[in-house]
Design a protein around this ligand. Sequence first.
Ligand code: XMP
Ligand code: MG
Length: 188
Amino acid sequence: MHPDLERILFDEQTILEKVGQLGAQLSADYYDKNPLFICILKGAALFMADLVKRVTVPMEMDFMAISSYGASTQSSGAVRILNDLGKPIEGRDVIIVEDIVDTGLTLAYLRDTLLRRQAASVRIVALFDKPGGRKVEIAPDYYGFTVPNEFIVGYGLDYAERYRNLPFVGVLKSDIYATGNSDKPEQA
Ligand code: XMP
Ligand code: MG
């Protein structure tokens, strides 16, 4: 437990078990496709690292940094690419690796962007799905857990860049962000 958390939702073992299942599923679905896994920094970094270790078929990795939330717990709706992919993705079967789908604005933007670059296919794997937060209709093709419409941190997810290192995921106490400096735009 952590003093800034109201409660724990998923402990480390539960998360790793689920990540293993997602890795097995993706390995089966993409066994002959040499998929390109694109990690959306920074939130998905821990998920990506654990996920690719469970992928048993040929694959490649790349990374993209985007801005969405910043230090706030509310999505601004504005999405910006801070660091782009290393190579063109034309003809590639792409898997976007995200931490969480909340409003859906980030993924809607990313999926369209990658399709415009003529990827052969674009699917989304998100560890967490927060359907109660949706503003645009989009669903991850693969996801680990559904979460309530509350602000969660840990296992890559931050509040104002903190808590990413926690090996578990929990709900942040609301007095932490009520008193914080909340609207400096930073990367997700
Ligand atoms: P959207 O709203 O575009 O958001 O689907 C995706 C990004 O917003 C961040 N996000 C969260 N980060 N706890 C966090 O630490 C949360 O509960 C949360 N909800 C959304 C996250 O960076 C994600 O990539
Ligand atoms: Mg974030």
